[in-house]
Design a protein around this ligand. Structure first.
Ligand SMILES: O=C(O)c1ccccc1N[C@@H]1O[C@H](COP(=O)(O)O)[C@@H](O)[C@H]1O
Length: 198
């Protein structure tokens, strides 16, 4: 299982997350969001990590400057939007689906058919509240997000998702990650891995 740390606003937090083992680094590209970053920041992160750098969009990206290798469509998008990113912009895609909406299973199929590389199922009120629904889904290629924290991550691991996505629970203040919280996360993940071997 991979880890995506999102809402990165500075190189130091990206570097620390990568050093600790995050496979995906997410930068939100929407100035109205407090924990946002910029394409310049993404360029700097790409100097440290060649792949797995994610630009998070709340509307369709403008094709002018895209430095990230993965585009996260964090809004209600169409299969056609996925095809455009894949075929015209030639980038990998994470399609975000709000699991609190009734049609999320159909959406997973639609986005997979359109070519999304990953699906991210999100429940903003807390994905751990959806354990019963998630147990019935094959989570290959599917990540989970929504208030995941070092405290509740063990529950999520039993579902074996492709990746987990964390942001606010790892902050010391909005837009600044806490090294202590990142350490706590990876210690928890390490403990779980160690237990699996017995
Ligand atoms: O964090 C935000 O405010 C945000 C705004 C717009 C798009 C995405 C946003 N956050 C993303 O949501 C998931 C889960 O975050 P959390 O762990 O529940 O805080 C993650 O991808 C964030 O980057």
């Amino acid at each position: 299982m991979k880890v995506k740390i999102c809402g990165i606003t500075n190189v130091h937090d990206a570097e620390y997350s990568i050093k600790k083992g995050a496979e995906f680094i997410g930068v939100i590209l929407d100035y109205s969001v407090k924990r946002h970053g910029t394409e310049d920041l993404i360029k700097e992160i790409k100097n440290i990590k060649k792949t797995g750098v994610v630009g998070v969009y709340t509307s369709m990206p403008d094709a002018n400057e895209i430095n990230e290798d993965i585009i996260q469509l964090h809004f209600d998008h169409s299969p056609g939007d996925v095809k455009y990113i894949k075929n015209v912009l030639k980038k990998n895609v994470i399609s975000v689906i709000d699991i609190s909406k009734n049609d999320y299973l159909e959406r997973i199929d639609e986005y997979k058919k359109a070519g999304s590389d990953y699906i991210l199922l999100e429940d903003r009120s807390g994905i751990v509240n959806r354990m019963d629904d998630l147990r019935n889904i094959d989570l290959t290629g599917i990540g989970l997000a929504g208030k995941i924290s070092p405290e509740n991550v063990s529950n999520i691991l039993s579902l074996n998702p492709e990746f987990i996505d964390l942001s606010s629970s790892l902050e010391s203040e909005i837009g600044k990650k806490s090294e202590k919280r990142i350490d706590e996360l990876f210690i928890k993940l390490g403990e779980k891995n160690a237990l699996k071997q017995y």
